[in-house]
Design a protein around this ligand. Structure first.
Ligand code: ATP
Ligand code: MG
Length: 473
């Protein structure tokens, strides 16, 4: 007899179980309420897109694109998966297949060749990736649906999972969840940036994520950033020997990212580097100054952080990040910024854009650690029925209470009274409704409040009224 494999969720992914899932639903529901009060509408997007969409928008040099995307050729399933002695072998296409088993390797090689053929036949654009973020998809959809023809700015929000192959740790997963919002249109007024930030902080406040800090910066635009990046590169080359490998590489590929470094030894060096705020063009300087005015008007607290550059290529001018307490080093709960050239880069019309993405996993961790998590839902009524003659009444009453919006547990099989009440307790029910043959005969039921054992005899008609008045208390 073959031993059965014990399946586990893939590293970096996890299940969100009740009662945690109630907290997640509440968090997402609150986001919908707040965002809709700012006239944002939900956009539901695919979870995978052409790989080139992400490569083009996020940038080839970004870690997300270089190392973290789950990409695969999108061909018929026959070529990727084959059944072998009852087990499935799935293959991942990489330049270097790191396999020790020769036989496996030969077999996979064969698959790879089949794949290569089907790929070259159908073109490389049939490489798809699980989305590592959603801004690229929103822009793709904006172009595809000709949304620039719609009146006013397009204000869209999305909720859903993202995928990045990172090293899993507290607050960092390979499937994680974001809630994001984007404003796309013809205007780049700083008031838009400020309103987006106001909405974000109103939401955080509403969900009790209050020990947060908002950092803002401006990283210039295509007129001033290239010169600054060149200057930064020159200065970095002078101190190259003192930097670690990652930063050394970034001097050539993406010098702005060096500013992101958390390596202690590099900090004194970075502090002496030229700052973008001294090199913004007149328009960017004015935009940033106006943004700060708008933030003050809205009484939004923020800190300027000249090193906040964000990892993705597409940002221009305003960038921001919100950090929260209780999360250790993975403390960013939201990142965002302006991306004025992105729609054009993806083949659309000239369009301004700004948005953010909230990390739901980390936000919820922080809310839980601060003790601000609300008590949600829970079982209201457990129906302790006894005797087959009372069962039809129990079924009937359960349905009525449920129709009134109460959460009701009706045991599917008859239980001994003591055991039944014991289970009601363990399930955390607020009330046990006792229905025995006497109760059915007299049409009055005993409602027991489990917290203190208080009991009331109520007629069926009074029952609902009483439970509802209790719920309002
Ligand atoms: P970090 O610097 O923490 O890696 P990031 O700059 O890569 O974040 P963004 O791409 O701006 O993050 O995504 C916005 C938010 O999504 C982050 O602030 C964070 O809360 C969340 N997030 C990003 N990557 C992960 C992940 N692997 N696991 C959980 N949450 C994540
Ligand atoms: Mg990251």
């Amino acid at each position: 007899m073959s031993e059965r494999k014990q399946f586990r969720a893939i590293k970096g992914t996890r299940d969100i179980l009740p009662p945690d899932s109630a907290l997640w639903n509440w968090f997402e529901h609150t986001a919908r309420e707040v965002f809709e009060s700012y006239n944002f509408g939900e956009i539901r997007l695919p979870t995978f897109e052409e790989t080139t969409l992400f490569a083009r928008s996020i940038g080839l040099q970004a870690d997300v694109v270089q190392k973290e995307m789950y990409s695969f050729p999108d061909h018929g399933p026959d070529a990727v998966v084959r059944t072998e002695e009852g087990g499935l072998i799935a293959i991942e296409i990489k330049e270097s297949l790191r396999l020790s088993d020769n036989e496996m390797r030969a077999q996979l090689q064969q698959y790879v060749e089949v794949l290569d053929q089907s790929l070259s036949r159908r073109g490389a654009s049939e490489f798809v990736s699980l989305r590592p973020e959603a801004t690229a998809s929103v822009c793709r959809a904006y172009i595809e649906h000709n949304m620039q023809a719609l009146p006013g700015n397009q204000k869209l929000y999305y909720i859903g999972p993202m995928f990045r192959r990172e090293r899993p740790q507290k607050g960092r997963y390979r499937q994680f969840y974001q809630i994001g919002a984007e404003v796309l249109g013809q205007s780049d007024a700083p008031a838009i940036d400020a309103e987006v930030l106001e909405m974000l902080l109103v939401f955080f406040n509403r969900v009790g994520l209050t020990r947060t800090t908002l950092y803002v910066n401006s990283i210039g635009d295509k007129n001033c950033r290239p010169q600054y990046v060149e200057l930064l590169r020159e200065e970095l080359r002078k101190v190259k020997d003192k930097l670690k490998e990652d930063s050394q590489r970034r001097i050539e590929t993406n010098p702005l990212r060096v500013l992101d470094s958390k390596i202690p030894d590099e900090q004194p060096i970075i502090e002496k580097l030229p700052r973008i705020s001294d090199h913004l063009c007149e328009d960017c300087r004015a935009h940033f100054a106006k943004l700060k005015e708008e933030l003050n008007l809205r009484r939004i607290d923020y800190k300027e952080n000249w090193r906040l550059v964000r990892g993705l290529d597409y940002y221009t001018r305003t960038t921001f990040e919100v950090t929260a307490e209780g999360l250790g080093s993975q403390n960013a709960v939201c990142g965002g910024g302006r991306y004025d050239g992105l729609v054009e880069l993806l083949g659309g019309p000239p369009t301004k854009g700004i948005g953010f993405a909230i990390g739901t996993d980390r936000s919820i961790l922080s809310i839980e650690e601060s003790g601000n998590a609300p008590k949600l839902g829970g079982l209201a009524v457990y129906i302790a029925w006894m005797g087959q003659a009372s069962y039809p009444t129990a079924v009937n009453i359960a349905r009525k209470l449920r129709a009134a919006g109460l959460s009701v547990e009706l045991p599917p099989e008859e239980m001994k009274f003591k055991k039944s009440l014991g289970l009601a307790d363990k399930l955390g029910a607020r009330y046990a409704l006792i229905i025995g043959e006497d109760e059915v005969a007299s049409r009055t039921f005993t409602l027991k409040r489990l917290a203190d054992g208080d009991q009331k005899k109520l007629a069926e008609g009074e029952l609902l009224e009483y439970l509802e008045s209790e719920r309002r208390r």
